[in-house]
Every structure is written in structure tokens, then in C-alpha cells.
Design a protein around this ligand. Sequence first.
Ligand SMILES: [Zn+2]
Length: 84
Amino acid sequence: MINCKDLTENLDLYLNKKPIKGSSRLGIWMHLLVCKNCRVYAEQIKTVSELGPQVHEQEKKEDACSEEFKNDLVKKYKKTNPGL
Ligand SMILES: [Zn+2]
């Protein structure tokens, strides 16, 4: 069984569906099932990596903080967190 440290080190690879050295994807998946802290952490990483490139795109434009942009972010956030 992998521990929280192993998980945080390999989470990026896991979420990007890349091969993981040393620990198996199944090990990470199982750890996420039993460890609430790492599950919350994984959700945050996932949200950031999904919104990341678009936020970066938007930053190049002048109206980076327009209402439309904020609403769009909120919509996307709700989509990735259906419980909210
Ligand atoms: Zn953990």
C-alpha cells in the first residue's frame, strides 16, 4: 500500500495518465478510496489543471477579470464539483 507522500509525488502522473515508476496506478486509486485528505488534494489538483490553460489564455487579454470570465470560471468549477 502506498502512503500519502507517494501519492502526492505521483498524483500528477496519475491524473495525466502517464506511467508511474515504483507504485502502481491501482495503488494510487486504492489510496484515494481510503484517504479523504488525498482525495480532496487530488480534486484540487484536477480543478487547477483543467482551468489552468484557459486562465492563462485569458490573462493575455485586457479584460482578464470581466464578469463574463468570472461566471465562466464558476460554471466550470461547478461542473467539476457537482456536489456544490
Ligand atoms: Zn493519503
